[in-house]
Design a protein around this ligand. Sequence first.
Ligand code: GLC
Length: 720
Amino acid sequence: MAKVIKYEFVEELLRKMTLSEKIGQMYQTNYEGSAQTGPAIDTSKTMDLIKEGKLGSILSLYDNDTIKRLQLAAVNTKNKIPLLFCNDIIHGCRTMLPINLAMSTSWNPKLVEESSKMVAYEASHSGVQVTFSPMVNLSRDPRWGRVMESNGEDVYLSKELTKSYIKGYQQGNLKGENSIGACIKHFAAYGAAIGGRDYDGVDMSEGELFNNYLDPYKEAIKCDVAMMMSSFNSYNGIPAVANKYLLDDVLRKKLGFNKVVITDYASVNELRKHKVAKDEKESAYLAIKAKNDIEMASTNYLDSLEELVKSGEVSESEIDEACRRVLNLKYELGLFENPLKNIYSDFPKYWLKDESRAIAKKMADESIVLLENDGVLPLKKEKVSFIGPFVKEKKVVGAWGGKCDYNDTVTIYEALNNKNKKYDYALGSNIFDTNEELISEAVNVAKKSSVVILTVGEEQWMSGESHSRARLDLPSSQERLIDEITNLGKKVILIIFAGRPLVLTKYKKMYLEGKISAILYAWYLGTESGNTIVDTLYGVNNPSAKLTMSFPYDVGQIPVYYNHLPSGRPIEDKNNTDYCLRYIDMPLEPLYPFGYGMSYSEVKYGKIELDKDKLFDNSKITVSISITNTSSVKTKEVVEMYIEAMYGVVSRPVRELKGFNKVLLKPGETKKVSFTINKDTLSYYKGSKKVNCYGKYRVYLVSDSSKENFVEIDYSKNTK
Ligand code: GLC
């Protein structure tokens, strides 16, 4: 277990504090004007608690003048302990980036880091000292509303992007003028909630937890992440916030995390709803014994910890340990020297700078996914019409919009005008309703053009926290519009806005029938959305994004993700599938696989080369491939490396992503892309124990997880 650091300044302060003052540091609440990110709570006592030196931190407050007033009140008390101000700045403060799931499809850790640095620049001048980000919950179930803020279904990719977020936010200097602390969340396995239902339970084996859920947190700890948040869900029958196995045995002892753990919003209160605590006192007892240092938004600690210490059920040293971690965080952030760090009354002047918008545009350009294209894209000189509810829609930011103002969003409509494009326009349908007049107006406009860009999608609040869906279709009014327009015999480009994978089976069928000519997935691309979409349509941006969640053929396929375990009865002969793993009414494979995405270029993959095909515990193998851009436009290509264990001490997934490399290729250019394989690349957990799986492996270097292009290597014990 990593020891908690002892700063003399903090130790001296601790010695002076009363028990109730220490417990006050372990409480975080709202204040009037705070954004509501959970059930409303009573904030009437907040100022009194501050004046008594019995409040540690405040969340979701936006107005910097209020923040400054509260901070001055806090440091004007006996112990002069500054408050800590936290906020959910997830994918942008004022200049909005694409939603995180969209950003993950860039497979570009450097760009995600650069984007997070831009976010930190704005947030560090807007009263944010710690952000409740990155959210790294593995997301395999598109019904779950919070997939929109995740890094998708693969733990290796999520681990790499976790580094980017934390380095971008913290910049290796928590006291830095342009940096903010990062709070990685939610520990743990929140995305595996049964049925994709937010806040539902999670049941999983230790092997599943260690193989697919912990690496991003390990990486975050290596990056010195400032804070961690425990999650709402139960894990194997015990709510995470009360789960000593998760928060103490695994997080503190095994992973060595020795900084602040904060609960999620009022999750300690919810222990009674989970039926593991009979009252407030027992809730506080369970949460402190699981080593949650700060209780967010509910007052079980404030109301009961003193009594628990007096009765001896909780020791004062346990309170000291929690309070020390909170004070250490404030000390490391430099708040004792400068309580007004990151608090600026003139914060708007730091927002929406050209260079910030340029980074948001670059991020959006690499987050839009081209799913289908019969060659209609990029647009040439055709007469085009833009139809549908998202041509003029400003709300394409997605949930967790920080301090955004939707008026900042550049819509498709505005981008077309700014770029002096000629086009016709019709609404055709609102997001949730349409009428004959709208439909016929859209049909008439479409008839007069040769290419129709049809914009459809989920309303942005159909995803996000507490917005899980049991169906993954478009609102029905839009289906009507799609049917009318695709029956006109025009070339139709479908642009889909969503915070999750939707079921696109019907539109893929229309594509195969020639009724749709291209499909672009535009997620919610944030402030620069319209500019990215128009630049992509006209070829100024060559799409390079690749899916990081599998797109199901049907909701009935869920869970469907690429790195599933093999079965004893795989289909080996497509003509004889009796007694095999299958559905009799639909394919097993997803409609669009993990790692899939098109561009306007053709990239040819050469033969995979190995410098040797035998691996030992103390050796390494270099595996390479040459890829060539055979098109006339420059492109960025993500080469994905997967391994497949052919046998071992435990059954392993049919594919495991173990590397990726995004390379820029000029027209006609060939580049060699190499990856290193060593024993760590091939290691796996059997339960909570890491094992070396000796034996035969396939190594794939491919453009997506469904492609078959591999070589074989053999991994054996050291001969000497
Ligand atoms: C919410 C979310 C969490 C967020 C917190 C504070 O309920 O679960 O991700 O950071 O409350 O807003």
